[in-house]
Design a protein around this ligand. Structure first.
Ligand SMILES: *Cc1c(COP(=O)(O)O)cnc(C)c1O
Length: 369
């Protein structure tokens, strides 16, 4: 058996053999009772489902979903491609626009992990730039650093730092890179600051692509639905690369309900509540001696630096699951998703426990005795 797998492994291209398995929030097999590690919405939906015709292949791009999303994004239907999550949009862009072993993509670290994972699987190089450059550098400095990279991924707001790249900067970058590179604005969290969306650039710029998802504010991470938004001519080659029937009819039916006008209204109400809860959480965090730094961002999450990495383990023991991160070379960062009021109370309980005669003092005592 091991011989067989060795032989199969010999067939692997070097870039695939070198891959480390992507560790998503959900692939880490943690146990817990309060889940604040994957930036999911706490609002579970009730969906009406009646699907017929499952003996037939589905509409490759379900028209009602496309039309409704176009209306929501204030674009035309030809500007909308429905995908299996925004993650598939990332993958399609790399597969369509990048040549293996030749092209590179630019990204600004720390940022969402799937850009690199996708590039690695397609043997496309990474031009690793920094959020500091993106936020503080001049447009000329940024363009210089981007060099000949084909795709430039701007996660806005950025996961996991929450920072926003102002729209006029995105515009200037897109202008400077016209005919040279696609500027891909990943707006997975844009519902939490909708006025910042780059969709208004799409009519003007053929090299601007916006990624969207139903996984965050729309509370449908389990559905696997995202959208790639761009000019029709920019999407046309991607339509040739995408799988023939990417979206199940079941998914299309649920997605259509989730972006009906009244559902969008209720999503917006939930966003207001979640943003208020975020403010409350930030207040608690800023009063806690267990927290050294807080990156308050525009998404449905807060990222912070702990005074002691072991505080994370204490949370796990309490059934409270948050996402640990290594940022800026330090492994004591934590990202907390904005859950329900109940769930955030668990965070408060954890924080208050840490502020007592400190956890590290207790473990020091244990060592002594
Ligand atoms: C969650 C997330 C995605 C993935 O969205 P899916 O639609 O669930 O694939 C993409 N980009 C960023 C920045 C995210 O945080």
């Amino acid at each position: 058996m091991s011989n067989e797998s060795t032989q199969a492994n010999n067939l692997l291209p070097a870039n695939i053999a070198a891959l480390a398995a992507y560790s998503s929030a959900k692939s880490e097999k943690l146990s817990g009772t309060t889940w604040l590690n994957a930036n999911e919405s706490p609002y579970a939906k009730t969906i009406q489902l009646s699907v017929e015709d499952l003996n037939r292949y589905p509409d490759p791009q379900p028209q009602q979903v496309i039309d409704r999303y176009a209306a929501y994004a204030e674009l035309e239907s030809e500007n909308v491609l429905m995908t299996r999550g925004a993650d598939e949009g990332i993958e399609l862009l790399v597969r369509t626009y990048c040549e293996s072993a030749k092209d590179s993509i630019a990204l600004f670290l720390p940022t969402y992990g799937m850009y690199k994972v996708t590039a690695d699987t397609h043997n496309v190089a990474i031009n690793a730039l920094t959020q500091a450059l993106l936020l503080n550098g001049s447009v000329d400095e940024i363009i210089d650093a981007v060099g000949s990279s084909k795709l430039v991924f701007i996660c806005n707001p950025n996961n996991p730092t929450g920072s926003l790249t102002p729209l006029d900067k995105v515009t200037a970058i897109a202008t400077a890179l016209a005919d040279k590179a696609l500027v891909i604005v990943d707006e997975a969290y844009i519902e939490f600051c909708p006025e910042q969306s780059a969709t208004k650039l799409i009519n003007q710029f053929s090299n601007v692509v916006v990624l969207r998802t139903l996984s965050k504010a729309f509370a449908l991470a389990g559905l696997r639905t995202g959208f790639t938004l761009a000019q029709a001519a920019t999407l046309a080659p991607i339509r040739k690369v995408i799988a023939p029937y990417p979206v199940s009819g079941v998914v299309a039916s649920i997605a259509a309900q989730a972006i009906a006008p009244d559902a969008i209204t209720s999503m917006r109400r939930q966003v207001i509540i979640l943003n208020a809860l975020k403010a409350k959480l930030v207040q608690w965090l800023s009063e806690s001696p267990a927290v050294l730094k807080i990156l308050t961002g525009e998404g449905n999450f807060v990222t912070l630096k702990l005074a002691d990495k072991n505080y994370f383990k204490i949370a796990l023991e309490q059934g409270l699951v948050m996402r640990a991160f290594t940022l800026y070379g330090e492994n004591d960062w934590l990202r907390i998703s904005i859950g329900s009021e109940q769930e955030l109370k668990q965070v408060k309980i954890w924080l208050d426990g840490l502020a007592l005669p400190t956890a590290s003092a207790i473990s020091a005592q244990q060592e002594v005795s």
